[in-house]
Design a protein around this ligand. Structure first.
Ligand code: BTN
Length: 264
């Protein structure tokens, strides 16, 4: 195990998440390996962590390209006792866990619905949840892929992304360790998974509402060919985003790209 893997192991205070922790200095995608391990029977909580990725995957076929420096590229195998329709709850749960971890290292995170965590209005973390079901449609595993930009300066971020992307170090203006962020993240994730199993989705939604970078803002939601512009009002009990357009019509957004827009 290289330094990052060892450093994270030394900091781990979890019982389930990242037990075991599979570390690779470099890999194509932690989510690809996690999926293979899940197919081979890896247990709930198994985490793959990489020093870098050569083919990191983002949502909607996008790529997740590493910036220079040490960051968190991880995929956690979950075996939730949930019907497929409730699996999207785990994406916002992961966002709440990332937000907790970033707060613990001194940052001020905001959750951008449905799967990003921002610092200073710029993306510092992306989350990609992938569900695997059996022939009967039951959930066999969920791979929670999480990328957090940690140890780079704003000047390390390509010019074309600098107004949209940031890192923890760039945001808080001092040194921060990717190992600390990863260990905190696994601990927060374990806490949120326990709470979700015991209390349901409501506490996750409350955390997301409190730290939302979306609710209360004017947004453009792109749903395939369709576009909805309006004010993001709230989340409904399923985690869908409620957007009221200029005519007063309320739209329930369950998936899609949502960007803040300037009020006209
Ligand atoms: C997005 O914002 O589109 C989601 C990005 C998710 C990136 C992470 S990095 C670790 C894990 N492995 C991957 O290949 N993707 C996720």
């Amino acid at each position: 195990m290289s330094d990052l893997g060892r450093e994270v192991e030394a900091r781990l205070r979890t019982q389930v998440v990242a037990r075991p922790l599979v570390f690779r200095p470099a890999i194509d995608s932690t989510s690809t390996l996690a999926r293979q391990l899940a197919e081979q029977g890896a247990s709930h909580g198994t985490a793959v962590l990489a020093g870098t990725q050569t083919a990191g995957r983002g949502r909607r076929g996008r790529t997740w390209t590493p910036f220079p420096g040490r960051h968190v590229f991880t995929s956690v195998i979950l075996r939730p006792l949930l019907p497929p329709g409730r699996v999207p709850e785990l994406t916002l749960l992961a966002a709440a866990a990332v937000a907790d971890a970033l707060r613990a290292v001194g940052a001020i995170p905001r959750i951008k619905w449905p799967n990003d965590v921002e610092l200073d209005g710029r993306k510092a973390c992306g989350i990609l949840s992938e569900m695997n079901t059996d022939a009967a449609g039951r959930v066999v595993s969920v791979i929670l892929g999480i990328g957090v930009n940690v140890e780079c300066d704003a000047s390390d971020i390509p010019d074309e992304l600098r107004d949209r992307a940031t890192s923890v170090r760039a945001s808080i203006g001092r040194a921060v360790s990717a190992a600390d962020v990863a260990a905190q993240l696994y601990e927060s994730l374990e806490g949120w998974l326990e709470r979700h199993a015991g209390e349901g989705y409501f506490p996750v939604l409350e955390a997301v509402r409190t730290e939302s970078a979306t609710i209360g803002f004017d947004v453009r939601a792109t749903l395939g060919e369709r576009e909805i512009i309006g004010r993001a009002i709230d989340l409904d009990p399923t985690g869908a985003l409620l957007v009221r357009d200029a005519t007063g019509t309320m739209h329930r957004i369950v998936a899609g790209d949502v960007e803040r827009v300037r009020r006209s």
